[in-house]
Design a protein around this ligand. Structure first.
Ligand code: 6PG
Length: 230
């Protein structure tokens, strides 16, 4: 298996992948790290397991790599997902919860998140990967992929749910000490091969995101890894 500047962990199935991601989240929480969470359908199980492994997040800070521009109690909210699957299951809440305000106008929510991000260093950023190769809300060939100054920006959704987004930019994501990509399922196999093993290409946003000075880790199940070859 070959990947460009990425450490690979390949598990038998999606449950094993969720468990490995949960272990990293729990360790980071225990260490009082600044942790950015992701949305989508993949991370819920990892959040649930992370809460079981470490129910005390009182030293940790929690962030989001991206948010859908909806109120926090909307089913599509990435904060809402984390609240249901992680935060509500903890015995002790994180010391710092840095929610992206999806209910605010996207420009204002992005500007305020940009300011918050400037005062921190992210230790662990968890990301999913879309079947089109997107990460956070950085979609193929989006202008935000070329951002060099801002750390959070408004972004247009190119996949369901089609609501405006606020997303961390490549400079924000690359500044993280650890980037952890959690990807499962056969439907992601082509995107995994392009993002992990292919050349850097704005048509595949995941191919552009590697930690600048730390580690990038991909946790895949066998189905997602099935098109990575030597
Ligand atoms: C979002 C995400 C997004 C997600 C991928 C993978 O808000 O939708 O943060 O980047 O991680 O789309 O999503 P799935 O896990 O649903 O495939």
């Amino acid at each position: 298996m070959k990947a460009r500047n990425i450490e690979l962990t390949i598990t038998d199935d999606s449950e094993g992948a969720a468990r490995r991601a949960a272990e990293l989240l729990a360790e980071a929480a225990r260490a009082g790290h600044e942790i950015a969470l992701t949305g989508g359908s993949t991370p819920g199980r990892a959040y649930e397991l992370a809460a079981e492994l470490e129910p005390d997040w009182s030293k940790a800070g929690v962030w989001w790599g991206d948010e859908r521009c909806v109120p926090p109690d909307d089913d599509r909210s990435n904060f809402g997902l984390a609240r249901r699957m992680l935060l509500d299951r903890l015995e002790t809440q994180p010391a710092r919860i840095h929610r992206i305000h999806g209910e605010d106008p996207p420009d204002a929510a992005a500007a305020s998140y940009d300011r918050e991000l400037r005062a921190t260093t992210l230790d662990l950023v968890l990301l999913g990967l879309g079947p089109d190769g997107h990460v956070a809300s950085l979609f193929p060939n989006a202008p935000g992929l070329f951002e060099t100054e801002r750390l959070a920006i408004p972004a247009e959704a190119k996949l369901d749910p089609f609501v405006e987004r606020v997303t961390m930019t490549p400079p924000a994501l690359r500044s993280a000490r650890h980037i952890v990509l959690l990807v499962t399922g056969e439907s992601k196999a082509d995107a995994v091969a392009a993002a992990l093993a292919g050349p850097p290409d704005p048509a595949v946003p995941g191919s552009l995101i590697r930690s600048a000075s730390g580690a990038t880790i991909a946790i895949l199940d066998q189905a997602a890894a099935s098109r990575l070859r030597d």
